[in-house]
Design a protein around this ligand. Structure first.
Ligand code: MGD
Ligand code: MGD
Ligand code: SF4
Ligand code: MO
Length: 684
């Protein structure tokens, strides 16, 4: 029997990657003054988490139906788990998929990954982090040898220049953006590189409104100047970096005027940036979806990391490439092994690793073949090659690109299981079985926030009705499948203890989570791998980082006469993705509406669109109607849709980065047109 959790007055926020400590005072949540990450700071999402728990439409009992056309009926846990186990037993491991989430806690992830890869024998265990951080993961591995953020958030206090590129922390990492503003007051210069004039651009010293998708051109132009003007760190390169000669030859062969023209920036804008870069002793660059979500996402990351390697601005305080992980536990998920391209604890599928992991788990059923990644699982479903899909803590029908295609594919899967704490996801319509999860506030466990800080969420109240923690659900399924011993956990902490023990297997000894325990995490986060690259020892085989020469291949969907706009998508401050939690909280609906499209005034004028008009936004794949917001924060011929509009992926294209398999969400060709009202029709 699983031990009941004790409930706490202190916990950690479950929304974004910052990982703020929260306390309950007089029934209200507040930022925890004693917690080192946020020292009392918080944002509206975090402090309304209890309200979301109360007001969100909770899924409270297991539910089943025979076919998608039927209504769901309540089922017992036993009936539901038996039906899933039966389908798994009758299928082939290669035809079974798990789709997990960077919002699951590490304990949840660990048990799910162990069941999928360790016991069922399928490596088709992937996560929505594929749509989010996978480009950064691949780039870090290629350049510094390991999926490792080589600096801490607090180092922004030590840097002289903070480059925010393809990220909007003012809305997506709110507390971190407050820290950035404080750093600026102390003298740090901030440059925001974003085609939109975002709320982060509003507090920057310089905003570079580059043309969508031209980041590599801009970064290569910076590199070229650094090399030409001998502003690179030659001794650092000689000792710690390889690939320089090839890289240099490539960069110097590029035509600077062409690069600048591609960015759409003026000479003065570029020179101002260049001047700031050259004048700054310590430089941190922070990025997120504007670079990652791209058909060349890995290359964009590399182009940025290259600048740190060229100048030696890495592995010393106040310097380095700081990937701003979005979801609270996207990092933890990768550590556990939640990507289909890794096995567990940063180990791959080579003979030695599968052997080690197999021995640890007591299983001889681990496959050595990489699994299907997120989108590939749906491609398999298109070919009728998937029998069972278990979706946990994420909503693929909402979030994967080219939604009409995803809907068709998922409809081919004979058994779709959705594990969700809330009942109003978009995937629910395609599920046969729905299992109720205990969400944030009703369960405990750890997450690794964006700078390797392992934090502990604590239950504030017991699980509602029949809801169970995600790890308990996967463990119960494991037992149903006959793996009683492997899944006989007594408590969430016993899962953590096993996982901790497993981190000792991590090849490079870097994943040292075994050094911490819950009791310690209650007071402060534990930071794994601290000092790992001290003395500039990178985690590649020979200890040297690698420069990769990349060029902008302009592979994104091209605008055309019919679809002359480029559609950008992104976050708004008070909403969390599909909004199963945040859209239920009154206060969070005030800041920005859930559905709108931003259009530049010149385009709006040409098209006869006024602010507040209902318009149609269309792409080659779909059409939605929404409300026009006329603003010059977007460039001409670009549109912006917030991710809180659940229908947005009917429009997006499904090009993927070939290495990271991350979608090119930000660059779909689209159009916008006024919807004729009855009156205008009558006049015509
Ligand atoms: N409030 C809130 N916060 C969140 C989330 C949420 O749903 N709501 N989600 C979390 C998650 S999972 C994530 S991944 C993070 C995402 O965090 P961010 O990436 O900071 O959030 P986005 O709004 O997607 O911002 C991406 C920015 O990239 C810009 N961009 C688009 N194309 C390009 C380009 O070609 N070049 C450059 N340089 N910029 C470009 C866009 O204009 C946009 O401002 O946010 C996390 N935080
Ligand atoms: N066009 C476009 N599409 C995008 C993006 C974009 O920028 N543009 N961003 C991409 C990125 S970066 C991300 S991270 C994804 C996010 O996409 P999703 O992961 O699909 O978004 P969420 O709405 O956060 O989904 C989380 C789900 O988990 C459920 N849930 C909440 N708590 C629990 C719990 O404790 N247990 C369980 N089992 N379920 C729970 C919620 O009700 C919700 O249905 O979207 C991707 N898609
Ligand atoms: S900044 Fe992120 S972690 Fe902190 S309270 Fe807001 S959503 Fe939560
Ligand atoms: Mo994300």
């Amino acid at each position: 029997m699983v031990q009941k959790e004790s409930c706490m007055k202190k916990t950690v926020c479950g929304y974004c990657g910052v990982g703020c400590g929260l306390v309950i005072e007089s029934g209200k949540l507040k930022g925890d003054k004693n917690y080192p990450v946020n020292r009392g700071l918080s944002c509206a999402k975090g402090t309304t988490s209890l309200e979301a728990l109360e007001k969100g439409h909770r899924l409270l009992t297991p539910q089943m139906r025979g076919h998608r056309e039927e209504f769901f009926s309540p089922a017992t846990w036993d009936e539901a788990l038996e039906r899933i186990a039966d389908a798994i037993r009758r299928s082939d491991p290669r035809r079974i998929g798990f789709y997990l989430s960077g919002q699951m806690l590490s304990e949840d992830y660990y048990v799910a990954n162990k069941l999928g890869k360790g016991f069922i024998g399928t490596n088709n265990v992937d996560t929505n982090s594929r749509t989010c951080m996978s480009s950064a993961v691949v780039a870090y591995k290629k350049s510094i040898g390991i999926d490792y953020v080589p600096l801490r958030m607090e180092e922004i206090d030590q840097c002289n220049l903070l480059i925010i590129i393809g990220a909007n922390p003012a809305e997506a990492h709110v507390v971190l953006s407050t820290k950035m503003k404080r750093a600026r007051k102390r003298g740090c210069k901030i440059v925001v590189i974003d085609p939109r004039r975002t709320e982060s651009a509003a507090f920057a010293d310089l905003h570079l409104p580059l043309r969508v998708g031209s980041d590599i051109d801009l970064l290569n132009l910076v590199a070229q100047r650094l090399i030409r003007e001998e502003r690179i760190d030659e001794s650092f390169i000689a000792e710690h970096v390889k690939g320089f000669e090839r890289y240099k030859a490539g960069i110097l062969a590029l035509d600077s005027a062409t690069l600048l023209a591609a960015t759409g920036l003026s000479y003065t804008q570029f020179e101002t940036f260049m001047h700031l870069f050259c004048e700054s002793e310590n430089v941190i660059s922070a990025w997120t979806m504007g670079l990652n979500q791209s058909v060349q996402g890995v290359d964009k990351n590399l182009a940025l990391i290259n600048l740190h390697l060229l100048t030696g601005k890495i592995n010393k305080p106040g310097n380095g490439p700081l990937s701003l992980t979005g979801q609270p536990n996207a990092m933890g998920g990768r550590e556990v092994g939640g990507l289909a391209t890794t096995l567990a604890v940063h180990l791959d599928f080579d003979d030695a690793s599968t052997e080690k992991v197999g021995t640890f788990w007591g299983s001889d059923n681990i496959s050595k073949t990489k699994g299907l990644t997120a989108f590939e699982m749906f491609e398999a479903a298109e070919r009728h090659d998937l029998d069972v899909l278990i979706v946990c803590h994420t909503d693929p029908v909402y979030h994967l690109p080219n939604r009409h295609r995803i809907e068709k594919a998922i409809a081919n899967i004979p058994l779709v299981v959705e594990i969700n704490a809330y009942e109003n996801s978009e995937t629910a319509a395609f599920a046969h079985i729905r299992l109720p999860a205990a969400p944030w506030g009703e369960k405990s466990g750890t997450q690794t926030n964006l700078d390797r800080s392992v934090t502990l969420q604590r239950a504030i109240r017991p699980p509602s009705d029949q809801a169970r923690a995600d790890w308990e659900i996967f463990a119960a399924l494991g037992k149903k499948l006959g793996f009683d011993e492997a899944f006989a956990y007594e408590s969430v902490e016993s899962v953590f203890d096993e996982y901790k023990e497993m981190t000792k297997l991590s090849e490079k000894g870097h994943l040292d989570l075994y050094k911490t325990r819950y009791e310690q995490l209650e007071k402060a986060p534990f930071v794994w791998g601290e000092g790992l690259m001290k003395g500039h020892k990178f985690m590649t085989e020979d200890g040297r980082a690698v420069l990769h020469f990349v060029v902008n291949k302009a592979l994104s969907e091209r605008p055309s006469d019919d679809y002359p706009f480029i559609l950008l998508t992104g976050r708004t401050r008070d909403q969390w993705h599909s909004g199963t939690k945040t859209a239920a909280v009154e206060k969070l609906l005030r800041y920005k509406p859930l559905e709108y499209v931003e259009i530049h005034p010149h385009d709006a004028e040409k098209l006869g669109i006024s602010d507040g008009d209902t318009v149609e936004v269309a792409s080659r794949r779909g059409t939605i109607s929404t409300t026009a917001r006329i603003t010059d924060t977007v460039q001409e011929k670009t549109l912006f849709l917030p991710v809180s509009d659940r229908r947005l992926n009917y429009l997006t294209n499904d090009l993927l980065d070939p290495e990271s398999k991350e979608p090119d969400y930000n660059h779909s060709a689209a159009t916008v047109r006024p919807i004729p009202t009855k009156e205008t029709e009558a006049k015509d």
